[in-house]
Design a protein around this ligand. Structure first.
Ligand code: AMP
Length: 282
């Protein structure tokens, strides 16, 4: 596996790959890799001739009061995991190269980014879209792989690619969960045992809604009552629900009568850790 931290070397290396007619798949990450990230790498390795994974904890997507300083990271472990999955190149740029002191150009989506997580994290998606656009320009992949886990992010990246004509196909891969249902996340490392128990209620709420939908329930008001029941039954001391929303998964707009599928998105704070999860009902 090739390891590069210099964007110019990355450019030269990938130009040669492209010239040889090989397709390039790209998996951007912030490191601290788990099986959710690795599932994206597996998809890329299967579909593309050459797979690039990046590791960069992007400071501009964290607000001042968020967890940038404590964000987990273990480069050597990440590198071993990527090597095992047969990734071809790992790109781990440094902050100065990505954001020189005079950096002043940003990508701002003006609509969908204000919903869901954008309400409590108003600058988050500006940072995400800007770094993803920069990485897309550096890697120039044919395909880029993202997780359904960050559903709003995946919709916004597809929107950016469409609005700004990036010649890249975005592939969204399913959520990988722990055996008990908790969606894998680098932030799960922050949870103590009690918080970990309470965090499980997020997926429990989604699964109970999914089950009742499969049994024929379609009234959103009853789904919300189900959430209340899961919370009342467990009475978690560490969890507060930030939102539970039912939206059109294509547009992230409110549901209309003819929706073929429904995004159920949930976010909560478990102790100091903010967690998100979702399912699609169809
Ligand atoms: P992050 O390192 O958190 O920025 O995530 C990098 C990529 O991995 C994003 O496309 C995430 O959506 C994806 N990802 C994170 N957790 C999961 C998961 N549990 N299942 C599938 N994809 C995931």
């Amino acid at each position: 596996m090739i390891e590069l931290d210099c964007k110019y070397e990355l450019h030269d290396t990938l130009r040669d790959i492209r010239m040889s007619g090989r397709t390039i798949g790209f998996v951007p990450t912030m490191g601290s890799l788990h099986d959710g990230h690795l599932s994206l790498v597996r998809n890329s390795v299967e579909k593309c001739d050459f797979t690039v994974a990046s590791i960069f904890v992007n400071p501009t997507q964290f607000a001042k009061n968020e967890d940038l300083e404590n964000y987990p990271g273990n480069y050597q472990n990440d590198k071993n995991l990527l090597e095992k999955e047969n990734a071809d190149l790992i790109f781990y740029p440094n902050e100065k190269d990505m954001y020189p002191a005079d950096f002043s150009t940003w990508i701002i989506e003006d609509d969908i980014s204000k919903e869901l997580c954008g309400l409590s994290r108003p600058t988050h998606f500006k940072g995400v879209l800007t770094i993803v656009a920069k990485l897309f320009n550096m890697v120039q992949p044919d395909y880029a792989f993202f997780g359904q886990k960050d559903f709003q992010q995946s919709v916004l990246i597809k929107k950016m690619v469409s609005d700004l004509d990036f010649p890249i196909e975005i592939i969204v891969c399913p959520i990988v969960r722990e055996s008990d249902g908790l969606a894998m996340s680098s932030r799960n490392f922050y949870l103590n045992d009690d918080e970990r128990k309470d965090a499980l209620l997020l997926s429990k709420i989604l699964f109970s809604i999914e089950k009742s939908f499969q049994d024929g329930e379609t009234d959103v008001r009853n789904f919300i009552l189900m959430k209340d029941k899961v919370i009342d039954d467990s009475n978690p001391s560490n969890l507060t629900i930030e939102y539970l929303k039912f939206l059109n998964p294509e547009t992230l707009k409110p549901l209309s009568k003819n929706n073929k599928s429904v995004l159920v998105a949930i976010a909560g704070k478990c102790g100091a850790t903010r967690l998100i999860d979702n399912i699609i009902l169809q």
